[in-house]
Write a protein that binds this ligand. Structure first.
Ligand code: KIV
Ligand code: ZN
Length: 389
């Protein structure tokens, strides 16, 4: 039986930490509405102790949206946790996400502390968070570079303190998929009480491995993926929601989630617009070129059968239909196809004449739009030769 993977979206917290992407509560509400419709299980709305806006947004959103779990971030600091708890008082399903650095460099340089003292702080934080909400997620910051034995020790203690979810962030995007998968496997096999909690992946993309690491995580026992729309986030970003969701859909790995994939393109556009971060054209699933074909060989293949060069039907992700883009690399088949779509039926001879002119123009003008093709056809064979399909 396929295992349900929880999708934890942190676009409005980790994603929004990108310089120049600050959202006001109204904008966060707009994005949260769409995330709700998309079907995410958890929405991390912000870091309430960091600013009045991040505090107020919980009330604004909580008044309107009831289905998902809303999550508030805090450090393992009493004031942070209290403020997170207060922000969540307006929320039906609230989760506090608290934690502390666990790697040698965090313990030594950031906290000037010891492993035992870090465990003490973690347990205290989780117990305090439990006085506000039942659902408490604990993150071990920089878990990617933390010692596995120490991680299993701290996780066992926070489970005893009531943590329901254990987050294993590869904060610096350091791990290879094998290493990250091994880490999750080790924690599944060696953490006392692990059956009482869910392990969560939280991967950053510094080496371009965030998606691969998240998949390795669920293949080794994690039950939740933390991710953002378009993979936005600090530095090189976080795991991209649309990528992990479509991987689970494309491959029979024994996992599923509740995301309504046909809303992905719309979601991507909204997040890009509100966060003021454009999506690279070649971005998997939601990039402008993800379903566009411009070389003659590929165009010919797609025209004959879409699946020749596409593994996803664009309608499945709400991207409309595959695009044939006319460029100097396009061949006669693509030209004929686009001309037909615009209502022009060209015989062999006309097609050849138009094609000869088209390649010259395309070399200079790069992409040839439908309007430009119309002009070209008229210029080459005259208005009278145009036959409406
Ligand atoms: O990357 C990270 O470690 C985080 C934690 C605060 C969860 O975002
Ligand atoms: Zn992060």
């Amino acid at each position: 039986m396929s295992k349900k993977i929880q999708i934890f979206d942190t676009t409005l917290r980790d994603g929004e930490q990108v310089p120049g992407s600050r959202l006001n509560p109204q904008e966060k509400l707009e994005v949260a509405r769409e995330l709700d419709l998309l079907g995410v299980d958890v929405i991390e709305l912000g870091f309430p102790c960091s600013s009045p806006n991040d505090f107020q947004v919980f009330e604004l959103v909580g008044r309107e949206i009831k289905r998902p779990i809303f999550c508030a971030l805090s450090r393992a600091v009493e004031t942070d946790i209290r403020i997170a708890g207060e922000a969540l008082s307006h929320i039906k399903n609230g989760r506090i996400h608290t934690g502390i650095g666990t790697s040698p460099s965090h313990i030594k340089y950031k906290f000037n502390s010891s492993e035992d003292k870090i465990i003490e702080r973690a347990v205290k934080a989780v117990k305090y968070a439990k006085t506000f909400v039942e659902d408490v997620e604990f993150y071990a910051e920089d878990a990617g570079r933390s010692d596995n034995e120490f991680l299993s020790r701290i996780f066992a203690e926070v489970i005893k303190a009531g943590a329901t979810v254990l987050n294993v962030p590869d904060t610096t995007g350091y791990c290879l998929p094998e290493q990250y998968g091994e880490k999750i496997k080790y924690l599944m096999e060696n953490t006392e009480g692990i059956h009482k909690a869910i392990l969560s992946t939280h991967c950053h993309n510094d080496l371009g491995l965030a998606t691969a690491n998240s998949i390795a995580g669920i293949q080794n026992g994690a039950g939740q993926i933390e991710c953002t729309i378009n993979g936005v986030g600090e530095r090189a970003g976080n795991t991209s929601l649309e990528e992990v969701v479509m991987i689970m859909k494309q491959h029979d790995l024994g996992f599923h989630c509740d995301i309504k994939t046909e809303r992905l393109t719309n979601m991507s556009h909204l997040a890009s617009d509100r966060l003021n971060i454009s999506v690279q054209p070649n971005k998997a699933i939601v990039g402008k070129n993800a379903f566009s074909h411009s070389s003659g060989i590929h165009q010919d293949g797609v025209i004959k059968n879409r699946e020749t060069y596409e593994i996803i039907d664009p309608t499945e992700v709400g991207a409309g239909e595959s695009q044939i883009i006319l460029t100097a690399r396009s061949g006669r088949a693509a030209l004929d196809f686009v001309a037909k779509k615009s209502g022009h039926v060209l015989n062999q001879e006309s097609l050849e004449l138009v094609y000869q002119e088209f390649v010259k123009v395309a070399d200079v003008e790069r992409n040839i739009s439908n309007e430009r093709l119309d002009q070209l056809i008229k210029a080459v064979i005259g208005e009278t030769a145009l036959v409406n399909a």
